[in-house]
Design a binder for this molecule. Sequence first.
Ligand SMILES: Nc1ncnc2c1ncn2[C@@H]1O[C@H](COP(=O)(O)OP(=O)(O)OP(=O)(O)O)[C@@H](O)[C@H]1O
Ligand SMILES: [Mg+2]
Length: 272
Amino acid sequence: MSHCYAVASGKGGVGKSTVTANLAAALAQAGNRVVIVDADIGLRSQDALLGMENRIVYDLIDLANGDCSADQAVLESEAISSLYLLPAAQFARAKNLDPKKLTKIISTLRSAYDYVFIDCPAGIERGLRNVLNAGADEVLLVVTPDDISVRSAERVVQVMEAKKLSRPCLIVNRLDVDLIRSHEMMSARTVAEVMDLSLLGEIPEDTVVSRAMLRHSLFIAYDCEARNAVLRIASRLRGGSPAFPMYGCKKQSFLQRIFSRSVKEVIPLDDH
Ligand SMILES: Nc1ncnc2c1ncn2[C@@H]1O[C@H](COP(=O)(O)OP(=O)(O)OP(=O)(O)O)[C@@H](O)[C@H]1O
Ligand SMILES: [Mg+2]
């Protein structure tokens, strides 16, 4: 049976595309046929994340318009077998994609792949609404643990409620263990409670993420904490139940508390 997940957020830049690429790759490495549909029309990124940016001939809009076949538009990863990408158009807008055609494309892909991931554009405008109507089984809502990201993600939940879609699962990204410990950042569990959503995954802030991106490679290729976090999410999507590490929530030793970082306020500008 095929599974289709739309990966969305309210605010942009919270890590949707990065998480989608690495999660899809993890599932492909586990032996599944996985395709990513980059639905961020005009601002595509999956091609670069997957190192396929020089191979694109056709894209999602070409396929929707009947200018190519799915076989021509969908690219196979050279680095990870069983991982495929349907790239977004770079010079088009969400309004150029007929929502009915998108739904049809998703349904066709579902019959050929074990997992279909749709990387959504940020925000609650037409681009997201088209994907929400396209028949995904579940929305994975990515947030960072700050009020602005959470508040804008709540708008996505409201849009989904208006469409009578089931509640999304939550992935909290870029958690900083030290900031959670010093009560300056919400833990993943707190974010899930505030939003009243079930927690699918928690991913820490990890410098390997940007180092991998600079090399146009995926962070799951490196032994790092973000990789462990994504592998746990992949396992949960496959029905496993690995424990949540609950970053920043474990008790610290006396010495750890003494040496934990604290931030001092700078002198207000008016005093200069
Ligand atoms: N866990 C993490 N640790 C460190 N950096 C991260 C992490 N997750 C994402 N990033 C960085 O955050 C930036 C934004 O990521 P990404 O492009 O995936 O976000 P997005 O939500 O898809 O953005 P957009 O809304 O513009 O599509 C990238 O530079 C990425 O490397
Ligand atoms: Mg993105």
